[in-house]
Design a binder for this molecule. Structure first.
Ligand code: GDP
Ligand code: MG
Length: 319
């Protein structure tokens, strides 16, 4: 898919998205709506690349981001905590803006953001928070990227799952956090399959590496590789992380090999991601059209068969 996509120019992408938009309207393909909107707004706005941390609840996603930015800004905890998508990006001054579903915004101090994105202080997202945007001067090296913390999947809070899933079409690069004590579930594989529709950048992050000995870490990494090959026929980069031990070493590797690489090649990555999304959307759209065509042909055949049957019966009656 990527090889053909490399040839697509931005104006070709615009044309393709317009065509897909027309097809979606005409055939009411509502299931492609979010994907289409994500592609269109990516093309129109050229926003920062969203580097999302995804995965099961309590995998250590929020802790990982806090550790990367060197500040305990995001709420973490032993029970499912994160309720709303939270984006962190470079800004000249520290600030947080809460965006509500009705389009209104609230300015908040960084120390107050748990009031909006944690389950205990904003239960069932009763404050209707669509997204919390945080700006930090310390993210200057990664200007052009946006770190995205997401509510965990698989918890008793079903809307955490839908919040993250609905957001998925926007993903630029995905870091799938898998905790060392719960290595790779069917849910994780399902998420990788879904992510494959939205981004060419999927990276596995084995969190809480401190819970394993070095030998066990190797074993788990080996298990990940084998499972991905067997189940998805894919290889994905795998990184280890711990907020407890050897954090500097893990952090340096993630910064150098993931974040810096994306930040330095930001414009190239932006186009690559946009092309990938367009190509994927096109593929889904053609898939739907193919089904619609087959259904229509089948209906034609059924009608012809019925007509033949009626004619035969009439012929038999007159004989
Ligand atoms: N042992 C260990 N525990 C961690 C690590 N990172 C996070 N945790 C713990 O895992 C729990 C869930 O963390 P959190 O960041 O809220 O997970 P999230 O739901 O994926 O955002 C918390 O109790 C953290 O203290 C780590 O590197 N090692
Ligand atoms: Mg969290």
């Amino acid at each position: 898919m990527e090889q053909n996509a490399r040839k697509m120019s931005l104006s070709q992408i615009r044309d393709l998205l317009q065509t897909v938009h027309g097809v979606c309207d005409r055939f009411q393909l509502v299931s492609l709506k979010r994907q289409l909107e994500a592609g269109e707004s990516l093309l129109a706005q050229n926003p920062p690349i969203d580097v999302a941390i995804l995965g099961q609840f309590k995998a250590g996603k929020s802790s990982f981001i806090n550790s990367l930015i060197g500040k305990d800004i995001l709420p973490v905890g032993a029970i499912p905590v994160t309720t709303a998508i939270t984006r962190l990006q470079y800004g000249e001054m520290e600030r947080a803006v809460v965006r509500h579903f009705d389009g209104s915004t609230t300015e908040a101090a960084l120390s107050e953001i748990a009031d909006f994105n944690s389950e205990s202080k904003n239960p069932a997202n009763e404050k209707n928070v669509a997204v919390v945007d945080i700006e930090l001067p310390s993210l200057e090296d990664y200007a052009g990227l946006r770190l995205v913390d997401t509510p965990g999947l698989g918890s008793v809070f079903k809307y955490h799952k839908s919040t993250s899933e609905n957001w998925l079409p926007k993903v630029g690069a995905a870091l799938l956090a898998v905790s060392a004590d719960r290595p790779l579930s069917e849910h994780d594989l399902e998420l990788i399959r879904e992510l494959t529709r939205h981004t060419p950048n999927i990276i596995l992050l084995l969190t809480k590496a401190d819970l394993l000995s070095e030998e066990q870490q190797q074993e788990v990494v080996h298990f990940f590789k084998e499972t991905l090959l067997r189940e998805l026929n894919r290889e994905l980069p795998i990184y280890l992380y711990s907020t407890r031990i050897r954090t500097d070493r893990y952090k340096h590797q993630v910064e150098a090999e993931i974040l810096n690489r994306l930040a330095v090649n930001r414009d190239f990555e932006y186009r690559r991601i946009l092309r990938y999304k367009t190509q994927s959307l096109l593929k889904s759209c053609l898939g739907y059209l193919d089904i619609a065509l087959k259904t229509a042909l089948q209906a034609d055949q059924d009608r012809d068969a019925l007509r033949d049957q009626i004619i035969n019966e009439k012929v038999n009656e007159t004989q």
